[in-house]
Design a protein around this ligand. Sequence first.
Ligand SMILES: [Zn+2]
Length: 430
Amino acid sequence: MAQQIYKGNLLSSLSYDELKIIENGYIVVKDGIISDVYEKLPAEYNNEKITDYGDRLIIPAFSDLHMHAPQFAQRGIGMDRLLMDWLNDYTFPQEANFKDLAYASKIYARLIREFLRHGSFHLSLFTTIHYEACDLLFKMLEDSGLYAYTGLVNMDMNSPDYYVDDTNVSLEKTERFIVEHQYSQRVRPILTPRFAPTCSAKLMKGLGELALKYDLGVQTHLVESKAEAAWAKELYPDCASDGEIYEKYGLLQGSGPKIFAHVIFPTPTEERILKQYDGYAVHCPDATSNIIAGIMPLSKLHDNGINITIGSDVGGGHFLAIYRQIARAAQISKMKEFYEEDYSKIELKNAFYMATAASEKIFPHSGKLEKGYRFDALVIENMLDKEYERPIADALERFCYIGDDRNIFARFIDGRLIDPDAVYEMICKK
Ligand SMILES: [Zn+2]
């Protein structure tokens, strides 16, 4: 691949509060890795070819840390339900379809094309209880070039008869999936108990043993509604709260990432666990508005030192684009501030950080346009009106609010230019 030089308006988070902007800057990429970033290109590059993106923006690619791959088929449907009705009326019957591999392969191929179109290149995905479909998704993700964690979903109780596993079967399938994929690099297995109310103590204990044996991380839903948190406590009377179930049953023993979706009603126990295990709370603004009814106390969790990232949570969320979740996070934080006197809103740059650089410990060397990072990046149209002079950061805000995949001019993973349609054709043919 050798060396490439790109010119454009560079925007990348240094931290939660700091957005680094280099107008008309240069990025030098060698073998897919950023070897340097410059305001002015040094003389040594004078004779090199430069790809000039003009007034367009170059930004790091997005991360989607909570998404249900099978629910891509039901996005934007059933949005008038609350969580438990939505699960029983729409989600469980639809997910049960993934026992049919032909169905699974069509939905998953389209999903991967959509991730590529919208620039979400670092993912954490739920699947279903079906081994073959999970295995198929894993292989498709590897072929696509995306970076991801994914796991077979565990549920052995409080689930419909047509969509539930026997405890031992669930554990056996999970271990088989882990063993099959334990040496993969780009896509990695992760434990995926759906949420505490659908997992028995025996299942949780077994998953805890797998976490230790294979040094795995875990992804699940945590205190996502008051009813769910109360139900989990009722089912696990030996645990003080939802979060403690995962700790007590050993699911936090591995060194892999601990990814908790929603965290809308955290107790001090959840906050302690998130901090102690370097866990991630995933904010999913659309899902929270559609079916969950509650808003993560995001700025408070951040002030308490907890890692926060962003997820589309499709199908609870209706739209896969993470840039829209950035806008939505800013929007709903103002609603929370309005209704709760002691809460303060967030800014767009905070949400942009959460959707990019915040997950760099999960996906090393990604999320920033800095030396030593992979060139996983997007070139975005500058959608500002030329007659109305505004700072370049406003162009990022406008894209997040009103842009879409048609305004993404180029996409790079590992420094390679990606064509979502070509990748789609390739994985469909396999
Ligand atoms: Zn979810």
